[in-house]
Design a protein around this ligand. Structure first.
Ligand code: NI
Length: 142
C-alpha cells in the first residue's frame, strides 16, 4: 500500500493582540512589543494541513479534508478576533498556541492517524509547525 503525504493550504484573515492577564501592562509591553498594541492588528494566516492516505480515491479524500478544515478552522477564525475565541480565554494568541489549537480541532474530526502535521504561516517571516505531542518510544526509562 502506498503511503502518500498530501498538504493542502487554507487561508483565513483574523485579528489578535498578544497580551496576558498574568503580567502587568508594562511587562506585556516589554515582552510583546507592538503586538501588545491595545487596538490589536491583523494577519492573513495560511494553514498548511498535511495528511497521510493510501492513494485511493484522492479526489474524494481531499474533498472531505477541505470540508472538515473549512468547517472546523476557516469558518471559526476567518474575520474574527482570535482573542475572543473561547479557547483563547486563558491562552495568549501566539502562533505556537494557534497551531496547537488547530491541530487539536482537526485531530478530533479526522479519521484516527490521518493527521500528520499542521503549519501556520502568520507573517512573511513567522511559520509555526506542530506534529502532535511527542511520542515516547520504547516505554520505560531509567
Ligand atoms: Ni500578530
Amino acid at each position: 500500500m502506498h503511503q502518500i503525504h498530501v498538504t493542502r493550504r487554507y487561508r483565513f484573515c483574523a485579528a489578535h493582540r498578544l497580551h496576558t492577564d498574568h503580567l502587568t501592562p508594562k511587562e506585556n509591553q516589554v515582552i510583546f512589543g507592538k503586538c501588545n498594541n491595545p487596538n490589536g492588528h491583523g494577519h492573513n494566516y495560511a494553514v498548511l494541513v498535511t495528511v497521510r492516505h493510501d492513494g485511493s480515491d484522492e479526489a474524494g479524500s481531499l474533498a472531505r479534508l477541505d470540508h472538515i478544515v473549512n468547517e472546523t478552522v476557516v469558518r471559526r477564525f476567518d474575520h474574527q478576533d482570535l482573542n475572543g475565541d473561547k479557547e483563547f480565554a486563558h491562552r495568549t494568541t501566539t502562533g505556537e498556541n494557534l497551531v496547537k489549537l488547530i491541530w487539536d480541532l482537526l485531530e478530533a474530526k479526522l479519521p484516527s492517524g490521518q493527521l500528520e502535521k499542521v503549519g501556520v504561516i502568520e507573517t512573511r517571516d513567522n511559520y509555526f509547525e506542530y506534529a502532535g505531542p511527542a511520542q515516547l518510544i520504547g516505554g520505560a526509562r531509567g
